[in-house]
Design a protein around this ligand. Structure first.
Ligand code: PLP
Length: 372
């Protein structure tokens, strides 16, 4: 059976290497994974309790509407439950947005060096990608984009995806920039503006926008969140989309009825209540980031200040070689060659003990891998 040229040339998303696989392949007994921006504290104890309780009900299909979880999120975000769709991770919601609102031959728009899943999901749906140019600091000029958009926009460009803050750079669009962007694009009928806020809870900048507010003002603004990062539930796959019911109704029509399993729904509900755990997770990340910054400053390594739970740095070396060298020493980081950044490495924040080990390993790798 032949497949389309888009499927044949599709480069799949390459996830971080799992710990067990690395141990097996390299005969290591201890491996630290700081490659996928997960919560190093593990899930909230309240989520684990809820999962244990929910196992008793596993003979039944899950609630296809995620009624309780949507109700809880609606209360927290002050929106209607009908404005929320729960997905099998936010990745599924990104995929659904493209499948529902784009047709083959349409395009999505997204800045360069942003989350790869937008392009992968688009290509799988035979949808093209238009990239917004970024500068050497990984920032993009909203005003220039708007000028170009006004000049060149055509009706086949359907969704603008903005990861805010961005993965893999850790950079963000300010409230002022989003204001300017939406003063032109907000409320239009021909394009959706999707803010992917997977790392929202780690933001420290006080000029970060309140996108739920933008969603209320403009009906073509949608927001994607995840339980994979601060909530520590990446293994269960839960994401949430806030969008006007006029859009969510179509997504609900297309999504698989039982896309979010019972354990995932119950764990997400319980995790939202564990405020202590969320605060502790923030503290670990913020202190860890500051510790990394100090380490890189002392090592003379340039990095991009981050609003997320990871930091991108320029290793000044071959990134793939850097990655392999670190892996052999039991540290998994993420090389950025796939993003067109052959020297850069993305490093997630771990527990203080993991960060300490990571710094020791990085120091060795800086010595062993020659500078370019
Ligand atoms: C910006 C961004 N969006 C979405 C996701 C996907 O998260 P999940 O599918 O686990 O909810 C990630 C994961 O790394 C991400 O970095």
């Amino acid at each position: 059976m032949q497949v389309s040229p888009e499927i044949e040339s599709l480069i799949p998303y390459k996830p971080g290497k799992p710990i067990e696989e690395t141990k097996r392949e390299l005969g290591l007994t201890e491996v630290i994974k700081l490659a996928s921006n997960e919560n190093p504290l593990g899930p909230s104890p309240m989520a684990i309790e809820a999962i244990k309780k929910a196992t008793l009900d596993l003979a039944r299909y899950p609630d296809p509407t995620c009624f309780k979880l949507r109700g809880k999120l609606a209360q927290q975000w002050q929106v209607r439950a009908d404005d929320i769709v729960i997905g099998n991770g936010s990745n599924e919601l990104i995929d659904l947005l493209i499948r529902v609102f784009c047709e083959p031959g349409d395009k999505i728009i997204t800045p360069q060096k942003s989350f790869v899943a937008y392009g992968v999901c688009a290509q799988a749906a035979r949808v093209g990608k238009m990239e917004i140019t970024i500068d050497k600091d990984f920032k993009w000029d909203v005003d220039k984009f708007l000028r170009d958009f006004k000049k060149d926009h055509n009706s086949r460009e359907k969704i603008l995806f903005i990861a805010n803050p961005n993965n893999p750079t850790g950079t963000y669009l300010t409230k002022d920039e989003v204001d300017r962007l939406l003063s032109e694009l907000g409320g239009r009928q021909d394009i959706l503006v999707v803010f992917d806020e997977a790392y929202n809870e780690f933001v420290r900048a006080n000029d970060f926008p309140d996108s739920a507010g933008f969603f209320k003002k403009y009906n073509n603004v949608l927001v994607v969140r995840t339980f994979s990062k601060i909530f520590g539930l990446a293994g269960l796959r839960v994401g949430a989309l806030i969008g006007n019911a006029e859009h969510t109704q179509w997504i609900n029509r297309v999504r698989n009825p039982f896309n979010v399993n019972t354990l995932a729904q119950e764990a997400a509900i319980a995790a939202m209540d564990d405020v202590e755990y969320l605060k502790k997770s923030q503290k670990v990340v913020w202190e860890g980031l500051d510790d990394y910054y100090q380490f890189f400053n002392e090592a003379g390594i340039s990095y991009t200040p981050s609003q997320t739970n990871f930091v991108l740095f320029d290793s000044q070396r071959d990134g793939q070689l850097f990655f392999i060298n670190a892996m052999r020493k039991g540290l998994l980081v993420r090389p950025m060659g796939g993003y067109g950044l052959p020297r850069h490495i993305r490093l997630s924040v771990g527990t203080p003990a993991e960060n300490e080990k990571a710094k020791q390993t990085l120091t060795q790798v800086f010595k062993e891998v020659p500078k370019l």
